[in-house]
Write a protein that binds this ligand. Structure first.
Ligand code: PLP
Length: 408
């Protein structure tokens, strides 16, 4: 077995064939029963957690934000390795509870939570990250109904932005969280007979590959937490500082360097004000933990030339992998790393348009992609597909079969 140096990650290979978790694509599709399928490699997940533990301050807790990939088997695996789970819906809450993580280590964030979702969280003992003044009133109602004090943390919309994020989720007017300026009056009138104050949640953005931006954001996040702690009605037990760590997808992108981020966090933790010395700090990560562990495999079903361009048609596409098609938050579409499973490297490359089976020109697997010569029946593999894959895709669109997900 040898290692091939792909431009984005080190791939396992044998005889120029892609190997995932010790198996070829042919073998994996045979196990899955059909293609297209997603393969998630548990050893990569464990390695990512280990990397976090090795580099980050020991005092910093790690949560997995399961919306990146809520497959129950994967969540149960992560549950054994991280300190808690973050959920964003009732369905995710049930998956998190099923994974065996204690309710006290689960938190629930998200705008427009339904009353049934709030009630479920309160009954289960899950921390609710409150996102609006009315949501707090609804948690008081939950107390009237269930006689259980909701564990509450306030999701704060900070008075700063996370710069150069793939997706900004804080700063300025936002549907997420409560503006930092409104927090003092909300905390001053908090009815602690009805809710159990836990702390704050300050999540600023997603898919960031610039450590300087994250460092600046962490400094401002700790400052904001210290300011808010002055108004807290009880000791601040937890501060969730968000995540936002990105992974490289596109040519020219580099893996995030955690060393500087870790060093900065350690110095922030070493210099906490007295109001925060017994506070537990949590980082919540989705994509960074699971993105690199996933592979999407589809099969070439046809090949044709149209006015000089070669098209590889496959049975997989945006209905399973919207983010790879470029339609999930990308402004200018770029290719994810895509390989031909049985021939990773070749002297002879062919520039192809790899497309899916949907009747829309948006259904792109790879555009102007230099690949070794592929033929009908060959397997095409999209790398970096463990996060926001199946879960973020419109599987009902056109009614093709649902994608199979395999966790190995
Ligand atoms: C989406 C989300 C995450 C996960 O973001 P990643 O970029 O996948 O790490 C974490 N926390 C909250 C509140 C989210 O909405």
């Amino acid at each position: 077995m040898s290692k091939t140096h792909h431009r984005l990650q080190t791939l396992q290979s044998n005889d120029n064939r892609l190997i995932i978790g010790g198996r070829t694509a042919n073998e994996l599709v045979a196990i899955a029963g059909s293609s297209p399928c997603y393969i998630y490699d548990r050893s990569v997940l464990s390695a990512k957690v280990a990397q976090f533990r090795e580099l980050m301050p020991a005092a910093l807790k790690l949560h997995y934000a399961i919306k990146a990939n809520p497959m129950p088997a994967l969540v149960s695996h992560m549950a054994q390795h991280v300190d808690g789970l973050d959920v964003a819906s009732h369905q995710e809450m049930l998956i998190a509870l099923g994974s065996g993580v204690a309710a006290a280590d689960i938190s629930f964030a998200g705008p427009a939570k339904g009353m049934h979702e709030l009630k479920a969280a309160v009954a289960a003992g899950i921390t609710v990250n409150v996102e609006s003044p009315l949501e707090l009133q609804r948690l008081y109602e939950c107390y009237d109904d269930l006689s259980i004090r909701a564990r509450v943390a306030f999701r704060v919309n900070p008075d700063f932005e996370l710069k150069s994020s793939g997706m900004k989720m804080a700063g300025g007017p936002k549907q997420f969280g409560i503006d930092a300026e409104q927090m003092p009056s909300i905390l001053a009138t908090l009815d602690t007979d009805k809710v159990d104050f836990q702390g704050f949640h300050i999540f600023s953005g997603s898919q960031n590959l610039r450590s300087e931006s994250l460092i600046e954001c962490h400094q401002k996040t700790f400052e904001l937490a210290a300011r808010l702690a002055e108004f807290a009605p009880a000791p601040v037990k937890h501060v969730n500082i968000g995540g936002g760590l990105g992974i490289p997808y596109f040519p020219g992108e580099q893996a995030l360097d955690l060393a500087g981020i870790a060093e900065n966090l350690q110095s922030l933790i070493d210099a906490l004000p007295s109001s925060l010395v017994s506070t537990e700090f949590v980082m919540e990560l989705g994509r960074w933990l699971v993105g690199e562990a996933g592979y999407y495999i589809c099969q070439v079903t046809d090949k044709k030339v149209s006015r000089g361009q070669t098209f590889l048609m496959t049975n997989g596409g945006l209905h399973h992998h919207l983010s790879n098609s470029g339609n999930f938050g990308q402004v200018i579409r770029k290719n994810y790393p895509v390989v031909l499973a049985h021939c990773l490297e070749s002297e002879e490359l062919e520039v192809v348009e790899v497309v899916g089976p949907l009747c829309t020109p948006l259904d792109i697997v790879g555009a102007k992609l230099p690949l070794p010569k592929a033929d009908i029946g060959d397997f095409i593999v999209v790398l970096q597909s463990g996060a926001y894959g199946a879960t973020a895709s419109p599987q009902r669109f056109l009614g093709h079969p649902e994608v199979v997900e395999l966790f190995l």
